[in-house]
Design a protein around this ligand. Structure first.
Ligand code: SF4
Length: 377
């Protein structure tokens, strides 16, 4: 099954395209005090290394706004400032040259203020996310709907979108997050039927590492499978690097995007005669830095083992005391259990090395062809 993505407008946050045919991007938010430049930059670099493509920082005061140019000078992914309550801070961060701005219509709601922000964003070419959150919904809407329902979230976003449009500002993306998974899904479904602005999807305040990952995977997985979502953030009460890892796992599990290897492993049962968890751990650890998208199957016995291992790029199917190694459906090796992981890893690294060499050759050939064409012209 191939997911058919909903068609949205394309905008840019710095050099990252969002919406249209652009790949679904993975973003995160720092958890440091923004004014602690060293810690914030270190966290952003750690996030970038894990595949974070856009980063947001909290800007609760002028001190935080003032350090943004310094932070930006040390990082190489687009920087978004998270603004609440203060129009003045929105102006400050645009002046500081951020790539994007997140505003919350629950706490900056006056039409006059919003218009001023959108006009300035248009001038400074800053993308804006209208970030509606169930926990900070506009008071009037809360009175009208009694609870932060999906309808209330959509109405909040629509109101601000119309204000932006009246200013001629269209570099918008929207988010409508609730901590309740079903409300989140309903809100995004509803808004995607009404508007074609790109959507930043996420389940807000999803929880700790395990519960938050599951809740986010359910919510974002359903939306993405329906073609909804142009960029995502997994919100976890945990190290933000985990948010990025989970984000990529969600995309990879739906076949939307893959970063590095996917390891599939059987859960084991009474048929498994070896310590499969140890083998899986070793393989995952050793190939985690591989940048080539490959699928590796680690299976515990001959029931599903050969079938799964054959479908993956690489696989091992263990039996009692040893097992077979597969590559693209062919048996390419056999080893005793203790040596199987090592043998498999050797073959994977050789494959990755060849792929990387070929990629370099292709790039060189393209450059040569281009320069020849120029000479002929
Ligand atoms: Fe059990 Fe074999 Fe299935 Fe693994 S592949 S869960 S060992 S039956």
């Amino acid at each position: 099954m191939k997911i058919k993505r909903r068609k949205t407008r394309k905008i840019f946050v710095g050099n990252v395209a969002i919406g249209g045919r652009a790949p679904v991007s993975v973003q995160s938010m720092t958890k440091t005090q923004t004014t602690d430049v060293e810690a914030t930059v270190a966290q952003i670099l750690a996030l970038t290394a894990e595949g974070c493509e856009i980063v947001r920082v909290a800007v609760p005061d002028e001190g935080s706004a003032a350090v943004l140019p310094e932070i930006r000078s040390h990082i190489n992914i687009p920087l978004i400032a998270d603004i609440h309550f203060s129009k003045k801070l929105a102006f400050k961060v645009m002046e500081a040259g951020v790539d994007g701005l997140r505003i919350n219509p629950g706490n900056i709601s006056a039409e006059k203020e919003l218009k001023e922000i959108f006009r300035e964003a248009e001038k400074s070419k800053t993308a804006v996310r209208i970030g509606v959150n169930a926990g900070s919904l506009d008071r009037n809407l809360l009175k009208k709907y009694k609870h932060p329902t999906a309808g209330a979230l959509v109405e909040s976003a629509m109101r601000v979108v119309r204000i932006a449009e009246r200013c001629g500002f269209e570099s918008l993306k929207l988010s409508l997050k609730a901590s309740d998974v079903l409300t989140t899904i309903e809100a995004y479904r509803k808004v995607s039927q009404k508007l074609d602005y790109p959507l930043h999807i996420g389940v807000t305040e999803a929880g700790g590492l395990r519960s938050g990952s599951v809740r986010s995977s359910v919510g974002l997985g359903i939306l993405l499978a329906e073609g909804i979502g142009d960029t995502l953030r997994v919100s976890l009460a945990a190290d933000p690097v985990e948010e990025v890892k989970v984000g990529w796992e969600i995309l990879g599990s739906l076949g939307i995007r893959q970063r590095g290897p996917i390891v599939i492993a059987c859960p084991t049962c009474g048929r498994c005669g070896v310590d499969l968890f140890k083998v899986v751990k070793e393989i995952e650890e050793r190939i985690k830095a591989v940048n080539v998208p490959i699928k590796v199957a680690v299976m515990g016995c001959v029931v599903n083992g050969p079938g799964e291992a054959k479908e993956a790029d690489f696989g091992i199917a263990l039996g009692r005391g040893g097992g077979l190694i597969f590559h693209k459906g062919e048996i390419v090796g056999k080893a005793k259990a203790d040596h199987l992981a090592g043998e498999l890893l050797g073959k994977i690294f050789k494959y990755v090395e060849d792929k990387e060499k070929n990629a370099v050759k292709t790039r060189q050939n393209m450059l040569i062809t281009r320069s020849c064409r120029k000479k002929i012209v």
